[in-house]
Design a protein around this ligand. Structure first.
Ligand SMILES: C[S@@+](CC[C@H](N)C(=O)[O-])C[C@H]1O[C@@H](n2cnc3c(N)ncnc32)[C@H](O)[C@@H]1O
Length: 292
């Protein structure tokens, strides 16, 4: 099944942004995506850890997992434009092999560590508890698109004040905010989290939004070959990027579609000019003022 949600998001810059949801296996469908048509790939594939996605896609391990990963990467990489880039979520168990493979095809820009802010509990006593995911960030060429400004983190008032001495005065960076750096400390989505939907490994929007805003130009197209609940699609809907995503579980596709619709409705509400106050109200207010 293949759904294209193509209602205009708003007048102006976002008109025509679409979300192309494909309920099928990315590896089977990749041939239908034109080469050099994608600005950014955000890939959050099965990690090979045995999670239940309503299918057996996370049951591969060892060499079989790596061989499958290399296969889909070989299909995905040619889809990128010369200015394009790719983020891949993975774990420390496989990141060494995956990064070596990717470095043979692309330019490595960063390894980002996602600190999931897992609370301290009992856990293992034979090694250090693992609380992070590895994210590889790669680009096709040195001319890759990257815009830091939309993802800068504002300085808090205290820091601004502390840095307001003469030597810092007029420092543009103090107003613009700072580079998020390569360790991203963002809580995983626990069951009660407001953002959480019915998907076992849903990623926080904050993380994916940072990737989309920094690495895909406005109006550009993002590909997510393992879409899950559609977090990347939501980031695109919120920020005027086009989206193509694959997911083999039809229930997750339905969740993604409803999340996109919600994000679009919220965006439209936000962009709607404030309603003029009704005549009746104005009259009443005026009457109250006159009486005062
Ligand atoms: C780690 S989850 C993605 C979670 C997603 N980032 C989110 O925030 O919801 C990986 C997803 O890939 C799907 N999947 C596995 N193999 C696939 C394939 N060959 N093609 C498309 N989707 C696949 C799984 O069903 C699962 O939902």
């Amino acid at each position: 099944m293949h759904t294209v949600i193509d209602e205009p998001l708003s007048v102006g810059t976002l008109t025509g942004a679409d979300a192309d949801i494909r309920n099928c296996d990315f590896l089977a469908d990749a041939g239908n995506i034109p080469d050099a048509s994608i600005d950014l790939i955000v890939a959050d594939p099965p990690y090979g850890l045995g999670k239940d996605y309503g299918n057996d896609s996370d049951m591969l391990s060892g060499e079989a997992f790596l061989e499958w990963t290399y296969r889909w990467l070989d299909l995905a990489i040619p889809k990128l434009k010369p200015s394009g880039s790719l983020y891949i979520f993975c774990t420390w168990q496989y990141s060494p092999e995956l990064f070596v493979f990717l470095k043979r095809h692309l330019l490595m820009i960063n390894e980002i560590v996602w600190d999931r802010r897992v609370p301290s509990m009992g856990g293992t006593t034979r090694k250090f508890t693992s609380v992070h995911d590895n994210i590889g960030y790669f680009a096709v060429s040195k001319d890759y698109y990257f815009d830091l400004d939309p993802v800068r983190i504002p300085y808090d008032a205290e820091t601004k004040k502390a840095r307001s001495r003469k030597i810092f005065e007029g420092s543009k960076w103090l107003e613009l905010g700072y580079n998020p750096k390569d360790v991203w400390s963002v809580s995983r989505l626990h069951r009660q989290h407001a953002e959480r939907v019915d998907h076992p490994t849903q990623k926080p929007l904050q993380i994916v939004e940072r990737m989309v805003l920094a690495s895909c130009p406005p109006g550009g197209r993002v590909l997510d070959p393992f879409m899950g609940s559609g977090t990347t699609a939501v980031a695109c809907a919120r920020h005027g990027r086009q989206f193509t995503g694959h997911e083999i579980n039809a229930d997750y596709c339905a969740i993604a579609e409803s999340r996109i619709a919600e994000a679009r409705a919220a965006r439209l509400r936000q962009e709607q000019p404030a309603r003029p106050r009704s005549k009746a109200l104005i009259t009443t207010d005026t009457a109250v003022q006159a009486a005062e």
